[in-house]
Unconditional design. Structure first.
Length: 293
């Protein structure tokens, strides 16, 4: 087994047991999302989850062979233009925006698993992250979505997620039972994500997943795939994109101040994530992580 494959399996174990711990605590104690916790979760997503997208310059260089300031300026304009169009869709048609964001997130998150796990396992895993919270936290999801779109549209989308929740849960259990025969770590990842999404409140569950699984896994894979041998090298690559992101966050906070804090933070976090996810996914989706899994 390759060194990075061992590291990824260790990361999968750490995430799996961490997810189960959080889910267990959430099942036995009240972990309602208060305003201080909401702020803390938002900061965690920004500082621990978002940085994996700041590695996109590595993929851009590898894909487009960018040379010179002019080429990079064109890339940045195109990247930000695509991100801006996502925000524009939200402003014009928020319900359409949310449905599209959920669909592409299922596709994008499903790539956390190793390719050998199979398309059904990856589909059930990616779907569980966004669908299974509706089993127990439909009212919380409705409130969360209502910060992003009209309440009536929010209720309809949550009702659809509720209808899909049991079938997705069955698929998760079937996938884990199939995968465990050959890969116990991947089976743990599938099960632990499902349990986390069922028992922890949606924002807490997503933060744990996004920071400890999705973002961290992408960084570890990039260490090998993009010929970036050290974390120091990755930190240098991430520095400028993260600075730009922080500037955009500060500008976004000006918008937040003009409305209720909770609603403003939800819009800043999730609309911002969607805006960053679409160009990020377009850039990295074609890469084959098989050799690093």
């Amino acid at each position: 087994m390759q060194p990075y494959a061992r590291l990824l399996r260790l990361q999968g174990l750490v995430f799996g047991f961490s997810a189960l711990l959080v889910a267990g605590l959430a099942a036995h104690f009240s972990l309602a999302v208060t305003m201080p916790l909401l702020v803390a979760l938002s900061v965690a997503i920004l500082l621990l989850g978002v940085p994996h997208g700041a590695l996109d310059p590595i993929f851009a260089q590898r894909t487009f062979k960018l040379k010179g300031v002019g080429a990079w300026v064109v890339f940045v304009i195109a990247y930000l233009g695509l991100a801006g169009s996502v925000v524009g869709i939200w402003l014009v048609a928020p319900a359409v925006w949310l449905v599209l964001f959920l669909l592409i997130s299922v596709w994008h998150f499903s790539n956390d698993l190793v390719p050998a796990s199979g398309w059904l396992a990856r589909l059930s895993y990616g779907s569980s992250i966004l669908v299974l919270p509706a089993l127990k936290f439909s009212s919380e999801l409705t409130l969360l979505f209502s910060h992003l779109l009209y309440p009536t549209h929010s209720a309809i989308i949550v009702a659809v997620l509720q209808a899909l929740a049991v079938p997705v849960l069955i698929l998760v259990l079937m996938s884990a039972a199939w995968v465990v025969r050959t890969d116990r770590v991947t089976a743990l990842e599938i099960v632990s994500v499902g349990i986390l999404m069922i028992f922890a409140t949606p924002l807490l569950a997503f933060t744990v997943y996004f920071c400890l699984m999705h973002g961290l896994r992408h960084i570890l894979r990039t260490l090998q795939l993009a010929a970036a041998p050290t974390l120091t090298h990755l930190a240098r690559v991430m520095a400028l994109p993260m600075l730009g992101t922080l500037i955009l966050v500060v500008l976004g906070l000006v918008f937040v101040e003009a409305q209720a804090l909770e609603q403003g933070l939800m819009q800043l976090v999730f609309v911002g994530l969607a805006a960053l996810t679409v160009p990020h996914m377009c850039l990295v989706q074609g890469f084959n992580f098989r050799d690093t899994s």
